[in-house]
Design a protein around this ligand. Structure first.
Ligand code: R5P
Length: 313
């Protein structure tokens, strides 16, 4: 799948993923300097001529905020270098969970991110499993929000609906879980009624659906502190689940999430490489799937002005 006329740039947050995407596309990465001045300010420079080219900047915007800043500065550099079009490829779109004013005097951070990304001259966004679909509406430019469904489907294959049930760990995860349950073989769905008494703390109030004697696949978009998954798995085990596996698009693994997941009654934790971590995790039950082929194909289609909807399987 060679695609010419594409410029692939990446920041420090998505270096390995960008390498993989570059291999899939048969397009070499453009030489870019992304470093720091002595005072800590970010310094970027695109080292090759990109005038008139179709530029894709690959960078997840998980913390630290430097990741977002690198993306913004790279986009500005590309705009001022006369790129024909700039697509921000944001495998993990940070600040997406702050997508509404749910308390007095709080920002809608996801909207602020969208505004910043647009103001520097990004023409379109390619992202994966946005926390809430409606964030697309925070942008006035096209947003292609792909789902990791095909990657998950390829890994798990077809599961037996008399044995397996998909679990949505909160109401927000229901739509995504239902879609995956259908793809994996019309599996039954169970829902968890989750409450957050305070940020980063999760409590299970009720479980809706049959889980006793079942093998369960808990499906979420994000694993952050791991609390949602751990409290869900503990309760599901108490209710008689036979086996529990977990799949999530994005793994932030903040705090001591890895230790908690290692101890949790979970056989396997399946995540993607949408977020890159500096260290290797010592977790035997962890499986990391690559979203590079999916993103590479989307980039190729965007470049060729072909439909990306075929990727929404
Ligand atoms: C929340 O709405 C998200 O979909 C995830 O369930 C949440 O971000 C997971 O966070 P944590 O792992 O800290 O419970």
């Amino acid at each position: 799948m060679k695609a010419k006329g594409i410029t692939l740039i990446h920041g420090n947050a998505s270096a390995r993923l960008a390498e993989e995407i570059s291999r899939h596309l048969g397009v070499k990465l453009t030489d870019v300097l992304v470093t720091k001045f002595k005072d800590g300010e970010i310094r970027v420079q695109i080292k090759e001529n990109i005038r008139g080219s179709d530029v894709f900047i690959i960078q997840s915007t998980n913390p630290p905020a430097d990741n977002l800043l690198e993306l913004l500065l790279l986009a500005d550099a590309a705009k001022r270098a006369s790129a024909k079009r700039i697509t921000a490829v944001i495998p993990y779109f940070g600040y997406a969970r702050q997508d509404r004013k749910d308390q007095p005097r709080v920002p809608i951070s996801a909207k602020v991110m969208a505004d910043l990304i647009q103001v520097v001259g990004v023409n379109r966004v390619l992202t994966l499993d946005l926390h809430a679909d409606q964030i697309q509406g925070f942008f006035d430019i096209p947003v292609d929000n792909l789902f990791v469904t095909p990657v998950i489907k390829e890994y798990f294959g077809e599961l037996d609906p008399s044995i397996w049930t998909v679990v949505a760990p909160d109401v927000g995860a229901t739509k995504r879980a239902r879609a995956i349950a259908r793809k994996l073989g019309n599996l039954p769905l169970a829902l968890i009624d989750k409450r957050r008494p305070e940020p980063n703390v999760a409590e299970v109030l009720n479980v809706i659906g049959t889980v006793e004697g079942k093998k369960l696949l808990i499906l979420d978009d994000i694993i952050d502190t791991g609390n949602t998954i751990v409290v869900a798995a503990n309760r599901l085990k108490e209710l008689g689940a036979l086996e529990i596996r977990v799949a999530a698009a994005h793994a932030l693994f903040s705090d001591n999430a890895v230790e908690k997941l290692c101890r949790a009654p979970v056989e396997e934790v399946v995540i993607t490489n949408s977020i890159e971590h500096r260290k290797e995790f010592n977790m035997k039950k962890l499986k990391i799937l690559s979203v590079a082929p999916l993103l590479a194909e989307a980039i190729r289609r965007i470049h060729k002005e072909e439909s990306v909807s075929a990727l929404f399987i």
